[in-house]
Design a protein around this ligand. Structure first.
Ligand code: MRU
Length: 347
């Protein structure tokens, strides 16, 4: 399993996902701004992973600050957290992780103590995410029978999390327990997380994977026996509406038409029970260049107008079940703050 991110005590090591699969390059930094830029440019990506990375980035910013006055130090941390949270708006894990760190300190906490606490909390978030992935894999694997054929979208594996992944952990866990699983990976336009990253991860794991263009999925559902669709999520509202990589909604609509179950796998840190439904989820818009060119090669006329939302929202009614580390939920969904924050025992 690829270790997407590693805390080295005074700096962070991470794989540059924008270069995969051509180059496996690891970067090391003790600079919060470098981590912020990596999140913004998708060198570090995937909802759980950007939460973990932002937590470490705040710990790095704290460690590098000479300020001794607790109030001024605290004010600096609030500002830095706000800046980090602004790097990507859709995945709630980012804000969740930063809030969790800030919740451990106050304006009275001495700077040296705050530095230690923030690093410890970031490490705890990372460890817990890895354990949550394991449990999501175990819980979700029960949904996959031997000889299943699955369609997935974007990348939800070790690259996107602090552990084995979410939707991909369901697949890899089922595979490990001896089930034969065939995967169709949507290439995932415009940045190809499916073909570049998911195919790379599944091939490494020895799992049967076939890359398809996003627009092939519906025809495949019509022509082949597809057992289910399984994806991750970037934010799940209280009613179960789920934001995920653009194209997930189209997949869910096609799955419903063909009477194929649509599963979402995500840790509790992706559930935002403070918002009622998907209308409250901010959708990130990316730069037009990501659509008008591929690796610097222009694929649309200069000046072409572009609409480039990075995510869409799948309505809860189209989601057959949501798998978390706590179990398998079926609609109608009603996630509450208490339910979400309830801890389960994680190994
Ligand atoms: O823009 P990305 O690559 O960060 O989008 C990621 C996704 O949409 C994933 O499906 C989601 O974050 C779940 S990752 C376990």
């Amino acid at each position: 399993m690829t270790q997407s991110i590693e805390w080295l005590g005074d700096r962070l090591r991470f794989i540059d996902q924008s270069l995969l699969p051509l180059e496996e390059r690891y970067n090391e930094t003790d600079d919060c701004n470098v981590v912020a830029e990596a999140i913004r440019s998708l060198k570090i990506r995937g909802a759980p992973l950007i939460g973990i990375a932002a937590a470490y980035a705040l710990a790095l910013a704290a460690a590098g600050r000479a300020e001794k006055d607790p109030r001024a130090f605290h004010a600096f941390l609030l500002k830095t957290a706000e800046f980090l949270a602004s790097t990507r708006p859709t995945a709630v894990n980012l804000q969740w992780a930063l809030q969790r760190l800030l919740g451990r300190i106050s304006p009275e906490t001495p700077a040296d103590e705050a530095k230690r606490i923030l690093a410890e909390e970031a490490i705890a978030i990372h460890r817990e995410d890895s354990a949550m992935c394991r449990r999501i894999g175990e819980n979700g694997a029960a949904l996959l029978e031997n000889n299943s054929t699955v369609i997935t979208h974007c990348n939800t594996g070790a690259l996107a999390t602090g552990g084995e992944g979410t939707a991909l952990a369901v697949i890899t866990t089922a595979h490990r327990t001896g089930k034969s699983i065939k995967v169709y990976a949507d290439e995932t336009r415009p940045l190809f997380q499916g073909s570049r990253l998911t195919a790379w991860e599944l091939m490494k794991a020895g799992i049967d994977v076939t890359v398809i263009t996003d627009s092939t999925a519906a025809a495949l559902m019509k022509n082949e026996r597809i057992t289910c669709v399984i994806t991750g999520a970037d934010r799940i509202a209280s009613n179960g509406d789920a934001a995920n990589k653009i194209g997930t909604y189209a997949l869910a609509v096609a799955a419903r038409y063909h009477e194929i179950p649509m599963y979402i796998a995500a840790p509790s840190s992706t559930i935002d029970a403070s918002i009622k439904d998907g209308n409250g989820i901010p959708i990130e818009e990316r730069s037009p260049e990501e659509v008008t060119s591929i690796h610097g090669y222009r694929t649309a006329p200069t000046g072409a107008r572009v609409y480039a939302p990075a995510f869409d929202v799948t309505p809860a009614q189209l989601i057959t079940a949501i798998v978390t580390e706590k179990g398998i939920y079926r609609g109608p969904y009603a996630f509450t703050e208490e339910k979400v924050r309830e801890r389960v025992e994680l190994r």
